[in-house]
Design a binder for this molecule. Structure first.
Ligand code: HEM
Length: 538
């Protein structure tokens, strides 16, 4: 189990130790040795050479040399806050998750982020935003690791290194920082057209939010909820900001990037400090858990597709309030470790192949980012439920475990206190029947349509929003050097909408290509509330 704020030897650890070190009557070394001077190296005479025997100099510099840890491989730049989640109690018919029961208050930690930029990049770049929530429930940690855009670039996690290598700065000059306006990004998304839907959202105002406080959040994948009676329901999670959805315009975003690169993190921290606590409602779209896992012809395992809210309304099931800023950026915001596999009873995963890869990736990356396998003991990552695992030793092990038998079954440490089984109330995976299948490396036919939902999105926009999308494609593609990449992207746009394609082509000074096949018949939606954000805000 993880340590508390007092170590097994009785010494204060973590935040308490920091307070002692910076607020105590005198300074000490890390070993507790009292120091009268930390301003001068030990020298042979005031002007003489510095002596190697200066243990305090060596300790101070050595520790400083190792202050940095690797930034996240994606979502490196972020800001976070503490808060509370209160369940409305109206989801019991679909899930037994205790934190969703009526009026149950669960502490949370939420980290917002950009995806592509490095830790020191600007906040208001055109990019997807991460929206990751850690619920410290009484049944263990539940992480909802989502984004502010409801779809993703790829349908299979094996393509994640490809899309990120294409989106990150060019490997030769490491530019541009945190912008998608470059050849490799547009090269990839025009060759791998399942990225088209996410890309058009990125070219919309959604990718330049006014504030973290005015962003929606989406779990994206379909999850499987389990009720107390064992009944299962497929769901998509949504966060709806009480402050409404608001964006910057591109000129504002660019100016702010220069004038205040910390605009979003400052806005979040200032609002919380002023007592204007940001709030979101958690909502679910629910779908019957059928054998084919589709709804109204939409494959629920395809993370490049939404289910329009006209077809499946979002039901609000709880309220999130962010009410406290972190006291130490490194300890909390930098060291927090989210993982889509942190689940609680009542919430299970589906076979979305993107989600499957994520279930491997987060724990794997955190072992190197946080220096070994014991990062669940870092205070921000500690569950608020009792921990009784048999994980032992390893780098950065802070716990002093007692007993001799961290294995089951045993007859030494009081024997085995449990037998595996659902009757003890633990987490049991839903016994989903698997179809007879053949081992293949291929996507289902239902993943093949990459065009109709981008077209649905375009048709749902207001004229001014369409102007913004057109301008964004023109600006971003205008930064590409390779003419063939611009032309290939125009062909992708031709398959979305001829007007969009013609306007961007005109802006780029290129001829507009014809669509490769008849455009999908999609009805313009007068109120596609997935995009419009209609929501029962009180
Ligand atoms: C980090 C969301 C797909 C690998 C993150 C973060 C978010 C996020 C919000 C930042 C968490 C934080 O604030 O600390 C998503 C969403 C996805 C997606 C919504 C698709 C629906 C993937 C895939 C992979 C992946 C497919 C790999 C196969 C990672 C890694 C990190 C990360 C390695 C860094 C984690 C860390 O260092 O703690 N992702 N991601 N993500 N994601 Fe994803």
């Amino acid at each position: 189990s993880g340590p508390d704020t007092v170590s097994p030897t009785g010494q204060p650890t973590g935040a308490d130790q920091a307070t002692v070190a910076q607020g105590g009557a005198y300074l000490t070394t890390a070993q507790g040795l009292r120091l009268p001077d930390t301003d001068h190296s030990l020298k042979a005479g005031p002007r003489g050479p510095v002596l190697l025997q200066d243990h305090h100099l060596r300790e101070k510099i050595t520790h400083f040399d190792h202050e940095r840890i690797p930034e996240r491989v994606v979502h490196a730049r972020g800001a976070a806050a503490h808060g509370v989640f209160v369940g409305y109690g109206n989801a019991a018919n679909v899930t037994k998750a205790a934190f969703l029961d009526k009026d149950v208050e669960t502490p949370v930690f939420v980290r917002f982020s950009t995806v592509l930029g490095s830790r020191g990049s600007a906040d208001t770049v055109r990019d997807t935003r991460g929206f990751a929530t850690k619920f410290y429930t009484t049944e263990g940690v539940f992480d909802l690791v989502g984004n502010n855009i409801p779809v993703f670039f790829i349908q299979d996690a094996i393509k994640f290194p490809d899309i990120i290598h294409a989106g990150k700065p060019h490997p030769d000059r490491e530019i541009p920082q945190a912008q998608s306006a470059h050849d490799t990004f547009w090269d990839f998304v025009s060759l791998h057209t399942e990225a088209t839907h996410h890309t058009i959202w990125n070219m919309s105002d959604r990718a330049i939010p006014r504030s973290f406080r005015t962003m929606e959040g989406f779990g994206i994948h379909t999850f499987r909820l389990v009720a107390a009676d064992g009944g299962t329901t497929l769901v998509k999670f949504h966060w709806k900001p009480k402050a409404g959805v608001h964006s910057l315009v591109w000129e504002e975003a660019q100016l702010i990037s220069g004038m205040d690169p910390d605009f979003h993190r400052r806005d979040l921290a200032d609002a919380i400090e002023a007592g204007a606590f940001p709030q979101w409602e958690l909502g679910i779209q629910t779908f019957p858990d059928t054998a084919d896992q589709t709804f109204e012809g939409i494959d629920l395992l395809d993370p490049t597709k939404i289910v329009p809210e006209e077809l499946a309304p979002v039901r609000p099931i709880g309220l999130l309030t962010l009410n406290a800023n972190p006291s130490n950026y490194f300890a909390e915001t930098e060291q927090v470790a989210f993982h889509p596999g942190h689940l609680v009873p009542g919430i299970d995963v589906t076979d979305d192949p993107l989600l499957a890869g994520r279930l491997f990736s987060y724990l794997d990356t955190q072992i190197s980012r946080l220096g070994g396998p014991n990062f669940a003991q870092i205070p921000i990552n500690r569950p608020h439920a009792p921990v009784n695992d048999m994980l032992r030793d390893g780098l950065h092990q802070d716990a002093v475990h007692s007993g001799v038998a961290p294995y089951r079954p045993n007859s030494l440490d009081g024997g085995c206190p449990f037998t595996a089984g659902a009757d003890l109330g633990g987490y049991v995976e839903v016994p989903v029947p698997l179809p007879a299948a053949t081992k293949v490396r291929e996507a289902p036919a239902s993943f093949a349509d990459h065009t109709s939902q981008p077209r649905l999105f375009w048709l749902s926009l207001t004229p001014i929003e369409r102007e913004h999308v057109t301008a964004a494609y023109t600006f971003e593609l205008g930064k590409c050097h390779e003419p063939a990449i611009k032309e290939r992207n125009l062909r992708v746009l031709a398959d979305i909408d001829p007007v969009l394609c013609a306007r961007v082509a005109e802006g780029l000074g290129l001829p507009a290509p014809a669509p490769s096949e008849p455009l999908p018949s999609v009805q313009p939606s007068p109120a596609l509330s997935q995009i419009r954000g209609t929501w029962p805000v009180d």
